[in-house]
Design a protein around this ligand. Structure first.
Ligand SMILES: *[C@@H]1O[C@H](CO)[C@@H](O)[C@H](O)[C@H]1NC(C)=O
Ligand SMILES: *[C@@H]1O[C@H](CO)[C@@H](O)[C@H](O)[C@H]1NC(C)=O
Ligand SMILES: *[C@@H]1O[C@H](CO)[C@@H](O)[C@H](O)[C@H]1NC(C)=O
Ligand SMILES: *[C@@H]1O[C@H](CO)[C@@H](O)[C@H](O)[C@H]1NC(C)=O
Ligand SMILES: *[C@@H]1O[C@H](CO)[C@@H](O)[C@H](O)[C@H]1NC(C)=O
Ligand SMILES: *[C@@H]1O[C@H](CO)[C@@H](O)[C@H](O)[C@H]1NC(C)=O
Ligand SMILES: *[C@@H]1O[C@H](CO)[C@@H](O)[C@H](O)[C@H]1NC(C)=O
Ligand SMILES: *[C@@H]1O[C@H](CO)[C@@H](O)[C@H](O)[C@H]1NC(C)=O
Ligand SMILES: *[C@@H]1O[C@H](CO)[C@@H](O)[C@H](O)[C@H]1NC(C)=O
Ligand SMILES: *[C@@H]1O[C@H](CO)[C@@H](O)[C@H](O)[C@H]1NC(C)=O
Ligand SMILES: *[C@@H]1O[C@H](CO)[C@@H](O)[C@H](O)[C@H]1NC(C)=O
Ligand SMILES: *[C@@H]1O[C@H](CO)[C@@H](O)[C@H](O)[C@H]1NC(C)=O
Length: 830
């Protein structure tokens, strides 16, 4: 009996095809090879695969099941420079690795089971510069690293090493960086680093997360050229002073002491650092609550100090004493409010920081901004007070008076629970370029006096202010230099005023009026803003302003903003776009109209948008996408969003768009899933891409034939009628045409006609005019003209009528001598 097919499936699964349950990464089945790099990670491999190109320079074997590094298998790839075997189960490197890979430079054996390491295993690794042995169980046998003459970077973190000394005799002559973090040693002994005493390039020592208890005298002596020391996460509560003493006379410049359980900094803590050139000190994430006056007096060369995330209660005018080179001070979350009280920052606390340029006080608590709090910062350029809790509600004309002497350029007052800006609030900040007032509760009429004195301002951010700010036509009268004005979700009241509040801002390039429920303004709103590039007006209520039926016609507020590059009008209830609304926007790059009610679009509304790169019209009521309207804006697009419209999948409405969608290189997210036909029933709920445009081609042929045959029938009928009723006329014109065409001078035909005439002209005149004829016309006969005169030349006997007809026929022209007498002549009347 044959086994049930599910059994076969199970067997196949167990064999190889199915992913192993429990593996966190989906396993690949082949290595990816690109530009000399082979990536064989996450493949469940037990050995190095044999079939790779022999000249690869990089091989990634991480996250596999290697147990040994087989030199035989590796020797197929003698050009390897980078080998990554991290996250395997390797117990030992084995001898001859570098004999197989003579060019090896980078070797990563992180997170394996390497236990014993000997010099034999690293022999001939003369080119190795980078060795990562972190997260193993190393036990060094002898002096394994002594053979690595080129090594610059060595990581032996988290190996349960019980000593920092990786050797006894000097070795590793090229080493720059040594990382010993997370090992088990508790003491830095005097001669631990003596193995680095002839490593002149040595600079960086990583000693994070060590259970240090003791630092012996002279331990840093052998590495006194080091510049960066990282002691993050060590418990240095009682040890810091000693560490600093030991660092005396070293070249240390960067010292990071994050999370080292400091609580109090004493005025002698950093004394040992006086004889260094320390420039960077990071004391973040400690529990420092008290800093003695003069603590930093030993650090005159310090440039960057971080006290981020501490618990400081009080800054005095002497806290920062002596820090005369600091340019950057990070006090983010350094002062924290407790139940009992606000921390205090004394007047003149920052005065010693004569070179301070950037002061970060984000999320810091202090009682108040006092009169002289920021006094004496002659170099300050950035002040970040965002999220800080200062119990400040109103910015008065004295709040920032202490910054009078600072060339402050950026002031960040985000989310400070401000409610009011007094007149002259920023009048001392003549050099300010950027003022951030986002996420506050400012609620007032802006009279314009609030911004008085901001003579250099370029950017004002007032967004997200609870929509309680109303504008007047003077609101920005003092800040004509403004380039960026953000008023999203900030405004209440009307913008329908003359002149517009924005009229003074002739250099404005970015204006955000989004999320304000604006429903009314006049066409002068953006008058004169010739440089405007970005206009954000989404989430307002502009539908009526663009209706044809609007009294006075649609409000064409974009007529002056011809340099516009980004226009956002999403969610405005728009159901019409006036024919001329987007005229002249030749530079428009991005147009957003999503979430409106747009259905029918005038043929040419987008015709000027040749530069469009991004078009968003998703979630409208578009049924058709016609070539006449969309061929220009879609011609050079990088991204289109038009999904979630109720497309009408008929030849007239969608054929062109379906073809475009099918063949375009433009990025169209959700192309296959979200462009869905709504009508007709045959295509309901199917993708626009499924629309059979071939059927339109048949239809087109049919239409063509129909047009052709009906034209033929009608044409023939018309000709028949014409011939029947107007045939003589056609014949007549035909003859004339033929005569004209063929009537070339001197031709035989002309000669024949010529022979027909006996007279040049037949003269008709009334008898009363005979004297005038004889006097004026007859003399011309002497000049080779011949006339026929009835009473002179008529052949006697011939009937008068016959004679007239015959002689007129024989005359080239007829001359009527039209006078009153002729018109009264009975012949003529007849
Ligand atoms: C590797 O080192 C050994 C001795 O340490 C030496 O005999 C051998 O020639 C070296 N091999 C290569 C390829 O350099
Ligand atoms: C500090 O820098 C100066 C000048 O660059 C140098 O002469 C001096 O040796 C340095 N001091 C230390 C302890 O490295
Ligand atoms: C020392 O710190 C400064 C400032 O943070 C940084 O620019 C520099 O790269 C650091 N030096 C080293 C060797 O990491
Ligand atoms: C350190 O502070 C103590 C008092 O707290 C003072 O007596 C001592 O002089 C200060 N030492 C220095 C170097 O400022
Ligand atoms: C600050 O405002 C007060 C009134 O609120 C006024 O008397 C004073 O003159 C103003 N000071 C400056 C410098 O404008
Ligand atoms: C503001 O900048 C100008 C030049 O940019 C400078 O002359 C002036 O001193 C600065 N003002 C302050 C208060 O530093
Ligand atoms: C102002 O502060 C906010 C919040 O900390 C931050 O997101 C924003 O980038 C800052 N703006 C400037 C111009 O520094
Ligand atoms: C607008 O910008 C131009 C060019 O940058 C500058 O010359 C002019 O002074 C600015 N106008 C105002 C009112 O700032
Ligand atoms: C577009 O901006 C440029 C300068 O940015 C300006 O010279 C030009 O007048 C503006 N064009 C229009 C049509 O306003
Ligand atoms: C299409 O856009 C690209 C990128 O902006 C631009 O370089 C190219 O000139 C545009 N082509 C046309 C025909 O406008
Ligand atoms: C376009 O559609 C046709 C058939 O409808 C299909 O054969 C062709 O591959 C499609 N082209 C693209 C680029 O999707
Ligand atoms: C899409 O790109 C390919 C190759 O870049 C090009 O051959 C093809 O003409 C492009 N199609 C369209 C519709 O631009």
């Amino acid at each position: 009996m044959a086994p049930p097919s599910s059994c076969i499936l199970l067997l196949l699964c167990l064999g190889m095809l199915c992913p192993h349950p429990g593996d966190s990464f989906p396993h690949k089945t082949t290595c990816t090879i690109k530009e000399g790099k082979a990536d064989c990670s996450h493949m469940n491999l037990n050995n190095v695969p044999p079939g790779l190109p022999p000249d690869i320079s990089t091989l990634d074997m991480s996250h596999n099941r290697l147990k040994v590094l087989d030199p035989g298998a590796l020797s197929r790839y003698p050009s390897l420079e980078h080998l990554d075997v991290s996250y395997n189960s390797i117990m030992g490197l084995g001898p001859g690795l570098c004999d197989a890979l003579p060019r090896l430079q980078h070797l990563s054996v992180q997170r394996n089971q390497v236990l014993h390491l000997t010099a034999t295993e690293l022999r001939n690794c003369s080119r190795l510069t980078h060795l990562d042995l972190s997260d193993n169980r190393l036990k060094l046998i002898g002096e394994p690293f002594s053979v690595l003459k080129s090594l610059t970077w060595l990581d032996v973190s988290r190996n349960k090493l019980i000593t920092a000394g990786l050797g006894t005799k000097p070795q590793l002559p090229s080493l720059v960086t040594l990382i010993l973090s997370g090992n088990d040693f508790t003491t830095l002994k005097t001669d631990d680093f003596s193995f680095l005493s002839s490593s002149p390039s040595f600079r960086v020592l990583g000693l994070s997360s060590l259970p240090l208890k003791k630092v012996e005298h002279g331990c840093f002596k052998p590495v006194s050229a080091l510049t960066d020391l990282v002691l993050d996460g060590c418990n240095l509560n009682t040890l810091l002073t000693k560490v600093c003493d030991e660092l005396s006379d070293t070249s240390v410049r960067n010292l990071t002491l994050r999370s080292t359980l400091q609580t109090v900094l004493k005025n002698i803590t950093f004394k040992g650092l006086l004889k260094t050139n320390l420039t960077m000190l990071d004391l973040s994430s400690n529990k420092i609550s008290k800093i003695d006056d003069g603590t930093f007096q030993w650090l005159p060369l310090l440039e960057s100090l971080s006290l981020e995330n501490n618990n400081i209660k009080h800054l005095t005018k002497d806290t920062f004493m002596g820090l005369k080179s600091v340019t950057q001070l990070n006090l983010q979350k350094a002062l924290v409010k407790t139940k009992a009280a606000y921390p205090i920052i004394d007047d003149f606390s920052f005065q010693p920081l004569v070179k301070l340029e950037h002061l970060f006080m984000r999320d810091t608590s202090f009682r108040d901004i006092t009169e002289n709090m920021f006094a004496g910062l002659p170099s300050l350029r950035t002040l970040d007070l965002s999220w800080s809790k200062a119990g400040l509600k109103t910015i008065s004309n004295t709040t920032f008076a202490s910054l009078q002497g600072s060339p402050l350029q950026v002031l960040n007052l985000t989310r400070m629970a401000l409610t009011k800006l007094d007149p002259g609030a920023f009048s001392c900040l003549g050099n300010l370029t950027t003022l951030v007032l986002k996420y506050n509760f400012i609620s007032q009429d802006l009279t314009g006096e609030e911004f008085r004195g901001l003579n250099s301002i370029r950017e004002i951010y007032l967004s997200l202010n609870q929509q309680k700010i109303s504008l007047t036509h003077r609101s920005f009268i003092h800040v004509p230099t403004l380039r960026v004005l953000m008023l999203g979700r900030a405004l209440t009241g009307t913008l329908d005023m003359e002149p517009s509040p924005f009229r003074p801002l002739t250099n404005l390039t970015v204006l955000d009026l989004s999320n304000n429920n604006i429903a009314n303004f006049n066409s002068g709103l953006l008058e004169g803003l010739y440089h405007l590039k970005v206009l954000k007006m989404q989430h307002n209520n502009l539908a009526r302003l663009w209706k044809d039926a609007n009294p006075g016609g649609p409000v064409l507020f974009l007529k002056d903003t011809q340099n516009l590059s980004v226009l956002e009008l999403d969610y405005n209830g728009l159901d019409e776009i006036p024919l001329k609304a987007l005229r002249g926007l030749f530079h428009l790059n991005e147009l957003s109209l999503s979430g409106n009610l747009l259905n029918y679009m005038h043929g040419s509304i987008f015709n000027d948008l040749q530069a469009l790169r991004y078009l968003r019209m998703e979630k409208n009521l578009l049924t058709s996408v016609l070539m006449g309207t969309f061929s220009v804006p879609l011609s050079n697009l990088s991204e289109l969003h038009m999904e979630h419209n109720p497309f009408d999948c008929t030849c007239e409405s969608i054929q062109w768009f379906s073809d475009w969608l099918n063949s375009t290189n433009t990025s169209v997210p959700e192309r296959t899933s979200s462009y869905i036909c709504n009508t007709p029933a045959a295509y309901f709920n199917r993708s626009v891409l499924d629309f059979q445009t071939n059927s339109c081609k048949d239809l087109l042929l049919f239409q063509g034939l129909y047009t052709f045959s009906s034209t033929m029938v009608l044409g023939l009928m018309a000709i028949a009628f014409l011939v029947h009723f107007q045939g003589w006329r056609i014949q007549f014109f035909w003859n004339i045409a033929v005569n004209r065409t063929l009537g070339m001078k001197g031709s035989r035909y002309e000669q024949m006609v010529e022979d027909r005439y006996d007279h040049d002209a037949y003269v008709i005149h009334a008898p009363d005019d005979k004297p005038w004829v004889e006097r004026s016309l007859l003399p011309l006969e002497n000049e080779n003209f011949s006339f026929f005169l009835e009473d002179r030349d008529a052949v006697p006997g011939q009937s008068t009528l016959e004679s007239i007809v015959e002689n007129i026929r024989r005359s080239r022209k007829i001359i009527f001598v039209v006078t009153e007498a002729l018109l009264n002549d009975p012949w003529c009347r007849r």
